[in-house]
Design a protein around this ligand. Structure first.
Ligand code: IDP
Ligand code: MG
Length: 141
């Protein structure tokens, strides 16, 4: 099934100048980048985006990290885009991520882990709407 998912290239990977390398991974796997922008999140925006984690002990530190530099937010489209992106990303903890995955290649640690990807159709819908308005999103092909 053709889907869309939200991807964020996090501040650590942007700092390492890996935007192009990471987008190439998506394209090589058959996903299309149908919308993208580079942003520097405010703490209010990072806090709202990660609100589901607000009770977790790492929430404050995560929000601080996500505002520490620019990010590249994008919408990826393709067959099973949500699961495919999660496979390309690898495990949350890069020490546990499979060889060749984005996190294995480019993450620093479990917090500074290079990329975000939506985990289900409903979160993808909400997360895409968080960053992109209707005019910025082409109709599904
Ligand atoms: P995911 O990004 O693989 O879906 P989540 O459990 O949804 O992982 O966590 C969201 C983000 O919070 C992670 O990508 C990572 O940046 C951060 N995080 C998750 N677990 C930890 C932890 O144990 N310590 C510090 N940061 C964490
Ligand atoms: Mg998650």
């Amino acid at each position: 099934m053709k889907e869309r998912t939200l991807s964020i290239i996090k501040p650590d990977a942007v700092e390492k100048n890996k935007i192009g390398a990471i987008l190439s991974k998506f394209e090589d796997a058959g996903l299309r980048v149908v919308a993208a922008k580079r942003l520097h999140l405010t703490s209010e925006q990072a806090g709202a985006f990660y609100a589901v984690h607000k009770e977790r002990p790492f929430y404050g530190s995560l929000c601080e990290f996500m505002t520490s530099g620019p990010v590249l937010v994008s919408v990826l489209e393709g067959e099973n885009a949500i699961a495919r992106n999660r496979e390309l990303m690898g495990a949350t903890d890069p020490a546990k991520a499979a060889d060749g995955t984005i996190r294995k290649l480019y993450a620093t640690n479990i917090e500074r882990n290079a990329v975000h990807g939506s985990d289900a159709p409903e979160t993808a819908r909400v997360e895409i709407g968080f960053f992109f308005n209707g005019l910025e999103l082409p109709p599904m092909e």
